[in-house]
Design a protein around this ligand. Sequence first.
Ligand SMILES: [Zn+2]
Length: 258
Amino acid sequence: MDCVSLREGESSLIQRGDTSTWSGYKLTRTSGNNFIVELNIALLPDTHAQPAEAAKQMSAVSTKLQECLREITPYLNGPNGEHLEIKLYDVTHGGAPVPPPINIIADTTNHGIREDAGRWGKYTDCPTITHELMHYMGLVDEYQERSRGYHTNPSTGELIYAKDGSDPLLYNCRIIGPADSIMRSQQNAWASVVSGKKNSLLYPGHFRTVTQPGCASSNKIYYTCANRAYATSGMGKGCPTPNTPSECSNSENGQWLQ
Ligand SMILES: [Zn+2]
């Protein structure tokens, strides 16, 4: 994989799948320690709602997103004094390269279906928006998936999709992150910065994955562990490697994200 290591003043279009999630953003290194990510968020109307209601919700979600990006700016720090700012790409004035559009439906319902990277509504708070945005920068989920999975039909051995109570759980190969990681519990991560316990919503490994994408020298351990995030052992293929790689073991103490 090619390593994006920007010099001061350089920008690059990042569109990759190093981490079993798709990322699409424009990355700029404005000065030695400062990076800007631009995301091309395209808000779409909820087609189940009346046009006026759909438009109102698009405007509400847009305002919420902009406020959220302002709010998290002080908390996107790297381990060595680096800083990251996440901005919305300005389609009219942004210039090349243009990051790929990320379609988000401005959901008019009160609850949504499930926390979903593709729908935001009244129920989506800033910690959740941040978690979802980090997916578009290549970070994978780190929580134990519980609500969806597969079970085996005892007579045929066939795998059946199940809503819950399934064994194995979907994505049971996933490496679980530390309790205050934004990709495991966005609420805990948020509490840790608001209380002043931590100065960043991102672990060092998260920060490097976003700002040095594709660079094995910086991200080898993250890529190894993140590669298992969406693998399920009962799905015929098994986990990417039968045993947890040693660098990902004790994952809950956050060592793999340092
Ligand atoms: Zn997620």
